[in-house]
Design a protein. Structure first.
Length: 612
């Protein structure tokens, strides 16, 4: 362990309730020399692992590193990084073939699946398949012939021929699929649809959706199948559609955390139990793993920097009823429930073969932690390399993902602005001047360049907007000037994924080129408000969409960059279709009064807007 970093020191500080930003600011990380076969990974770059795979014999593990866009192969015994290979922009997940010889890695922002052959001590890139549409979760069939990839913005699962490295077909599953799991018997695929708030169950042989169990869930995390192929388990977040007030937060009536299970052999109501102790809640549950004997469930609470350990026998799963806090009996019984602080931002989890240890991909620590469950502590830390000191933006990122920054640590900025983007609900905050008018959650991408702020555009200063969000929405103490500076620096790093509605070389299609002329033409005159590099003019406009009770009149037109990647449209989420926006609620003819658009003009305009 390098002198500059001590896990036990980190844990002690965490237990004092100090904010993560204070911890991160005082920690330096030992950097490993880059061991990339392609020699393209820089030692100063943070790795930020979000997923990991453990070899069948546990001799090695592989991590997918989101910030560096790489996969690291690590010798478990020595902790040495054997090699590091690039795998596309902002990778999210990986899967290992049944024979242990091939890794599949999804790169969300570049839209690729990378095929890596596992060699003794190295990884060899043997192919890349471009899918677009933000690929995330991936699973490989038991015979190793097919792979299944969640395409988030295509609202589909892609089936891939592994040997040919080609797309077989797509299955429509629902909005915003992110993570998925294949049953051990190979008959069912479970997909967490974050845009629909539920889980789709797919018949693998027939390649069709059997049913979707929807229950208003958000931010579905890692999914794990039971050994008998009857259930899929996963963590998720519930938003209760209540005003963000101190009383509602403390009662768990705003945002709360759950673990659920959904049956795979017939649709019934999902069963779930609450995770949040009163006054010391859990935030942003993400990783989940069942022990090999299925006696334990371990969940990573990424926002509160800990592992949650549950004995499966007698867990209070309920289809209806229950409370918004953890079951009191479960909370008091240390033999059934424990919280293990690990620091950083724990993400994906994997059990050791004997079920005694859990391997943790820790994003902010640039490391894999090995946690001894019986001892309830981090046993070893395998460092992947990273910056010697966290940058200003990295410190801001730590704040963004820190649930301890909110009242009773119920949620983080990420809980609503998933990875800096948006979610699938309207929320009731005081950012519009009052409670009662629910507003669509805005994306934070390009926020540094798209003032003014909030839907009504009454806040002109980003620093003031950040302070208000921390104090009014998080109900936290006012952040320091240094905190605000760090948050602004992190928000400045947020980018858009590659646009799947453009040609492979990033150009507009012919239809989109025609649509651009409509967009900028006098009849539609969209560019009158949506202008400039970010397609917003920064002014306030009244186009007849005001709500009764609005304190402020008119709206600041949001940026149209990446507008295809939304679930809800308009300030109040009145439609889930971009086509409905242009045909009904925000019809260019209605806004400008310059004459009706033809069907061809509307289709071309839609093509252009989707390509932005």
């Amino acid at each position: 362990m390098p002198k500059s970093f001590s896990v036990s020191r980190f844990v002690r500080l965490t237990l004092t309730g100090m904010s993560l930003i204070a911890l991160v600011a005082g920690i330096s990380f030992k950097s490993h020399p880059a061991r990339s076969q392609e020699n393209n990974a820089k030692p100063a770059v943070d790795r930020s692992p979000v997923d990991l795979i453990l070899a069948p014999d546990a001799s090695w593990l592989a991590t997918v590193n989101q910030t560096s866009g790489t996969v690291s192969l690590v010798d478990v015994a020595s902790g040495k990084v054997l090699c590091e290979t690039s795998c596309g922009s902002r990778p999210s997940a990986l899967a290992l073939s049944p024979d242990g010889k091939l890794l599949l890695v999804t790169a969300t922002y570049s839209g690729d699946v990378t095929f890596l052959a596992v060699r003794p001590g190295s990884l060899e890139k043997v192919g890349t398949l471009h899918l677009g549409f933000e690929p995330r979760g991936v699973a490989i069939s038991g015979d190793g012939k097919l792979a299944y990839v969640a395409l988030t913005t295509a609202h589909a699962v892609a089936i891939i021929d592994v040997e040919k490295k080609s797309l077989v077909e797509k299955i429509d599953v629902g909005h915003w699929p992110r993570y998925l799991a294949l049953s051990p018997d190979g008959k069912r695929l479970a997909v967490g649809n974050n845009g629909d708030g539920g889980v789709a169950v797919i018949d693998v042989a027939q390649r069709k959706k059997l049913y979707a169990e929807e229950f208003a869930g958000l931010n579905f995390g890692q999914m794990h199948m039971s050994a008998d192929s009857k259930f899929v388990y996963f963590p998720w977040v519930v938003y209760r559609h209540n005003p963000i007030t101190s009383g509602n937060i403390k009662l768990g009536w705003v945002v709360a955390s759950r673990i659920a299970r959904v049956k795979l052999d017939g649709q019934v109501r999902r069963e779930a139990f609450s995770l949040d102790p009163p006054g010391l809640a859990v935030s942003d549950p993400h990783g989940l793993a069942l022990s090999p004997d299925e006696q334990w469930i371990v969940c990573s609470a990424s926002g509160t920097h800990e592992l949650l350990v549950y004995r499966t026998a007698g867990l209070p799963f309920q289809d209806y009823g229950g409370t918004d806090h953890i079951d009191p009996g479960l909370l008091k019984d240390k033999g059934r429930f424990r919280r293990i602080p690990v620091g950083g931002r724990p993400m994906a989890l994997r059990f050791s073969k004997d079920g005694k240890k859990v391997f943790v991909a820790n994003y902010l620590l640039n490391a894999v932690q090995i946690v001894d469950l019986a001892a309830g502590k981090v046993e070893r830390t395998l460092e992947l390399g990273g910056a010697a000191e966290p940058s200003l933006a990295r410190r801001g990122e730590a704040i963004f993902y820190d649930g301890k920054r909110s009242l009773d640590q119920w949620y983080s900025c990420h809980s609503c602005h998933y990875e800096g983007h948006s979610n699938a609900v309207t929320m009731d905050t005081k950012n519009d001047g009052r409670f009662g008018n629910f507003k669509t959650v805005l994306s934070l991408r390009n926020i540094n360049n798209t003032s003014p702020y909030f839907w009504h555009g009454w806040e002109k200063d980003l620093d003031s907007a950040l302070k208000r969000s921390m104090t009014d929405t998080m109900l936290s103490k006012e952040p320091s000037a240094e905190d605000v500076q760090a948050m602004r620096a992190f928000l400045g790093t947020l980018r858009h994924p590659s646009n799947p509605y453009r040609t492979p070389d990033g150009k507009l299609t012919e239809a989109a080129q025609r649509g651009e002329k409509v967009f900028r033409g006098q009849k539609a005159a969209c560019s009158r408000c949506h202008s400039g590099e970010f397609f917003t003019d920064g002014r306030i406009h009244d186009v007849g969409t005001n709500d009764r009770g609005d304190v402020y009149k008119g709206y600041n037109p949001p940026s149209l960059l990446g507008v295809y990647d939304r679930i809800l449209y308009m300030h109040d989420g009145r439609t889930r279709s971009l086509e409905d926006v242009l045909r009904k609620h925000h019809n260019p003819t209605r806004v400008t009064g310059n004459g009706e658009l033809t069907e061809d003009e509307i289709r071309d305009l839609l093509e252009y807007v989707r390509s932005l």
